[in-house]
Design a protein around this ligand. Structure first.
Ligand code: OTU
Length: 640
């Protein structure tokens, strides 16, 4: 094999690490080569010498601490799938000023049982408007307002000592127009133009746009931007200052791989790969989820597993369920892509069910999703820094007797607060005048009704709003995978309107749900009787209960059980070795009673309540659910 020959002459710098690295490379190379060949044809093989050099240099530069971590993780590949894992997501500056500030708040993270910290984009962005950091000017520098690469490395290490893995964003699909490659491309250097998509006139852009979807129609029309100074169109799926990279050019793959290796060597343990569906363009398609985009992820995965097996990938692919699952790889253990992916469908369905007080659509949509490989995990979440796009499939809506587009319109009306009687105080994002589409911005607390109840001084409504927040998170925490707590949700922080005074942010209302942490407010978590105390304690209960239930671990299946009463959601986690657990949740505002024997999921087992939310209880063989309450059970006995 070509790899053996290459290693024979190049592996010297690896010293005592050589044997392990050679073994990894021998195992992973066939998959990497197959994937690269799918993208680049026979040219793929020619990448081998450069890639081997990269492997050797990267491993030689890996610290002793990280090298040991690699070995531990190879011995324990399920490390990120335990029920004791819990994620927290925040902007470093908005949470604690800068990276050093974050290091000063590790006790807070520990209080929440955090084992995974996702810091929002922190690589050096373009100046001015930068899409919340998703327009990167340099992948090798930290945003100077946050600190330096050394600060990042120290933070990663300090987090690791507390049992917390650092996750950061890697914007692989595009660079800022100010990135060095883009600047040189603009200047006319052909090697750099070949890293993007340049067109002298509208012919090709028009041909593509016939089938492209507009992601940010309110920011700019179409997917291409005109560069008046050089008289060229450039591909910009998102903002005009975010230029899509041309992965048809293997140099782009090679250089992005090198970026991954350098970040891993700084101690980053999870790379959130932004906007991965867009990595490959094909005329006549929507240029999302193309087979080559998957192939590139497999190649990144296989090669990174050789130099930094401790580092795993999280896919950000906000696409329909059947297109999402493949980002977690398919059955074959050598056919891996990302270890984790955002479970967008679960998130959307939680909000849909809270609005309709009915879990029928959610049950149907989740039940028909394909299983994911044992070695992969969902990232479950209720809120994140982005808008909520109503990914409700027409066929799912039809299956429960609803019309998909009316339901999506209803959800926009409901969560923007326009729907009569709505408890939500969100706002429409990217309303598309042409198609009538829109998405929703707003913090979890405001979407759940906490903001509205406080404004009206309505205690009953406030309690109910808190129950909604708890219900949604209780489902996300038990569903399997790694739940993320989005900063502020643990304190019930409401929408923040200060962005409206900042010219660089005013046009993007996603900033309303990206508040700054108010540590005085956070201090009230210790004051019984406050909202913050109630909400924070609720998160602690969920985290503690989750950690104790091993049936949630990786390797279990999540099975959704359709209920005769559509107000109820029921799902089970069934692990071949570590037992079973089940969740029943009442999305209605009125009470529901159920005879325990009705629970198909518990057949053949003895159910013990592991966590009860909002007064739900198992009494004399009856399950009693007040409005918006839930039960978690552990189930003894054989798996059916
Ligand atoms: C991501 O989101 C980020 O999460 C956003 O904050 C960025 O603005 C964007 O990329 C550009 O970097 O469309 O509405 O299928 O849907 O990548 C959010 C994936 C988005 C896309 C997703 C994108």
């Amino acid at each position: 094999m070509i790899i053996d020959e290459l290693l024979a002459v190049r592996a010297a710098p690896l010293g005592g690490r050589a044997a392990v690295v050679e073994a990894r490379l021998r195992r992973r190379w066939p998959e990497a080569l197959a994937a690269l060949t799918q993208a680049y044809g026979p040219a793929a093989e020619a990448l081998a010498p450069e890639l081997v050099d990269w492997v050797v240099a990267s491993v030689a530069g890996r610290s002793e601490e990280l090298w040991t971590l690699d070995l531990c993780r190879e011995a324990d590949p399920g490390w990120f799938q335990r029920s004791s894992n819990l994620g927290y997501v925040c902007y470093a500056d908005r949470f604690a000023g800068d990276l050093r500030g974050v290091a000063g708040h590790l006790d807070y993270l520990a209080e929440l049982r955090t084992t995974y910290l996702h810091l929002m984009p922190l690589l050096r962005p373009r100046p001015g408007e930068n899409d919340g950091g998703y327009a990167v000017e340099s992948y090798d520098d930290i945003d100077p307002r946050l600190g330096t690469m050394d600060d990042l490395e120290h933070l990663a290490s300090a987090l690791r000592r507390r049992g917390i893995s650092l996750c950061i964003d890697l914007v692989v699909n595009h660079t800022a127009a100010e990135h060095e490659w883009a600047v040189r491309a603009r200047r006319g250097e052909q090697d750099y133009r070949d890293r993007y998509f340049f067109y002298p006139d509208r012919t090709v852009p028009d041909a593509y746009e016939r089938t492209l979807r507009e992601v940010f129609p309110a920011f700019k029309p179409g997917s291409f931007s005109w560069l008046a100074d050089v008289e060229q169109w450039v591909w910009t799926t998102f903002h005009e200052f975010q230029w899509d990279l041309n992965y048809g050019n293997p140099v782009v793959f090679r250089d992005m791989l090198a970026v991954m290796g350098r970040l891993a060597n700084r101690g980053v343990e999870v790379l959130r790969l932004d906007a991965v569906p867009f990595l490959w363009k094909r005329l006549g398609t929507d240029c999302e989820n193309q087979p080559e985009a998957h192939a590139l992820l497999r190649a990144f995965r296989a090669l990174m597993a050789v130099v930094a097996p401790a580092t795993v990938f999280k896919a950000e692919a906000i696409v329909p369920p059947e297109l999402l699952v493949p980002y977690l790889g398919v059955g074959d253990p050598e056919h891996t892509e990302c270890e984790m992916a955002y479970h967008n469908q679960l998130m959307v369905m939680l909000w849909s069910s809270l609005a309709t007080r009915d879990a029928g659509l959610m049950t149907h949509a989740l039940d028909r999703m394909a299983e994911i490989p044992d070695r992969a995990a969902w990232v479950t979440y209720v809120r994140c820094h982005d808008d909520i796009g109503w990914a409700v499939m027409d066929e799912d809506a039809a299956a429960v007797g609803w019309d998909g587009s009316s339901h999506r319109r209803f959800l926009n009306d409901f969560y923007s607060g326009r729907f009569p009687g709505s408890f939500a105080r969100g706002a429409l994002f990217q309303e598309n005048a042409l198609t009538g589409d829109a998405r929703i911005s707003g913090s979890a607390a405001s979407l759940c009704g906490i903001e509205d109840a406080l404004a009206r001084g309505d205690e009953v409504a406030l309690e109910r709003a808190c129950r909604r927040l708890e219900l949604a998170y209780a489902c996300a925490f038990a569903y399997g995978g790694i739940p993320l707590v989005y900063m502020g949700d643990e304190l019930g922080l409401r929408n923040d309107h200060t962005y409206e005074a900042d010219p660089a942010r005013v046009d993007d209302n996603r900033w309303m749900h990206r508040p700054a942490m108010d540590w005085d407010v956070a201090a009230r978590r210790d004051l019984p009787g406050t909202l913050e105390h109630t909400v924070f304690a609720m998160f602690r209960r969920l985290a503690q209960a989750r950690a104790a239930i091993r049936a949630i671990d990786g390797g279990a299946r999540t099975i959704v059980h359709p209920m005769a009463d559509r107000r109820l959601l029921c799902f089970e986690r069934r692990h071949p070795v570590l037992g079973r657990m089940a969740v029943v949740a009442n999305f209605a505002q009125d009470p529901v009673t159920l005879v325990a024997a009705d629970l198909a999921s518990l057949a053949g087992g003895r159910a013990t309540v592991a966590l009860a939310g909002a007064g739900a209880a198992l009494i004399d063989g009856e399950l009693r659910f007040p409005g918006l309450s839930y039960l978690w059970f552990t189930v003894d006995g054989p798996s059916p």
